[in-house]
Design a protein around this ligand. Structure first.
Ligand code: CAA
Length: 257
């Protein structure tokens, strides 16, 4: 496990914990750690859902500017693929994922949050894509995922201006799903994901893939993705368990197979 990122598993929920004080700046080691934690969370059968959490004070203030300052075009041309790879690894976890945001979620930090299915933030959280102030643009998926989530005009406002927005504005534009008191962020995240523990893992995986892959393609192709995924679930034990329980008027006990 990485020095700065660890996967903690409790009661079926995996928490990918960023731990690089003071700001959880995402240097190359953190980026590698996030990708590794995403792979571990993907593989572990005892993990039904995943929280990404930076602790009580800060989510992440972005890629490590001090590390990037020294980088040339040639170096970043090589490294930029990895910047997208770690957020892609998070986005591809085939389980419900949620960013539990305290304090700042800026730049690469906001992009980590955008790679999750859901976002809950503390009342004093600040989000934004301030890269423009550094003379660059978001490079860990921000221009793409932000625009897909909140629409192009709002994404352009945030990316062109680099301004920070508070939790209420983030909620109003759909960048986050809920605002809670700062000290309740992690508990609220666990409560929100607890419903998936012991659920039909293959059906949830299929639902996530169909929605995410379908958004990248035209409607007919998306419908075909859905059709194949839907039919494939009829090969699972969980389908037999779920429908059998309904007919017998019982609660299903899914097995994830
Ligand atoms: N990279 C490296 N170090 C950072 C950092 C970052 N992204 N953000 C903060 N730090 C460091 C500061 O340099 C400072 O270090 P020192 O104590 O050694 O001086 C320490 O963390 C505390 O920060 P501040 O003193 O600045 O704390 P503050 O409370 O006054 O301000 C802040 C907090 C508003 C988050 C401010 O630090 C800030 O604006 N940070 C940069 C945010 C940013 O621009 N993020 C985008 C990065 S680029 C990117 O992410 C590219 C991409 O798309 C992948």
């Amino acid at each position: 496990m990485s020095e700065f990122v660890r996967l903690e598993v409790e009661d079926g929920i995996g928490t990918i914990r960023l731990d690089r004080p003071p700001m959880n700046a995402l240097n190359a080691a953190v980026q590698e750690g996030l990708a590794a934690a995403a792979t571990e969370a993907t593989m572990r059968e005892d993990v039904f859902a995943v929280i990404v959490y930076g602790g009580e004070k800060v989510f992440a203030a972005g890629a490590d500017i001090k590390e990037m300052e020294a980088m040339s075009y040639a170096q970043m041309a090589r490294h930029s693929a990895m910047l997208q790879d770690f957020t892609r690894a998070l986005a591809r976890i085939p389980k419900p994922t949620l960013a539990a945001i305290t304090g700042y979620a800026l730049g690469g930090g906001c992009e980590v949050a955008l790679s999750c299915d859901f976002r809950i933030a503390g009342a004093n959280a600040k989000l934004g894509q301030p890269e423009i102030s550094l003379g660059i643009i978001p490079g860990a998926g921000g221009t793409q995922r932000l625009a897909r989530l909140v629409g192009p005009a709002r994404a352009k406002d945030l990316v062109f201006s680099g301004r920070f927005i508070d939790a209420d504005e983030a909620l109003a534009i759909g960048l986050i799903d809920a605002v809670v008191p700062d000290d309740e962020v992690y508990a609220a995240a666990r409560k929100r994901l607890a419903r998936y523990v012991g659920g039909p893992a293959l059906a949830i995986k299929a639902a996530k893939e169909a929605i995410d892959k379908g958004l990248e393609v035209d409607l007919e192709t998306g419908l075909e993705i859905e059709r194949m995924a839907f039919a494939s679930l009829f090969a699972t034990e969980d389908k037999a368990i779920g429908m059998g329980a309904f007919v017998a008027k019982q609660k299903p006990s899914f097995v994830g197979r």
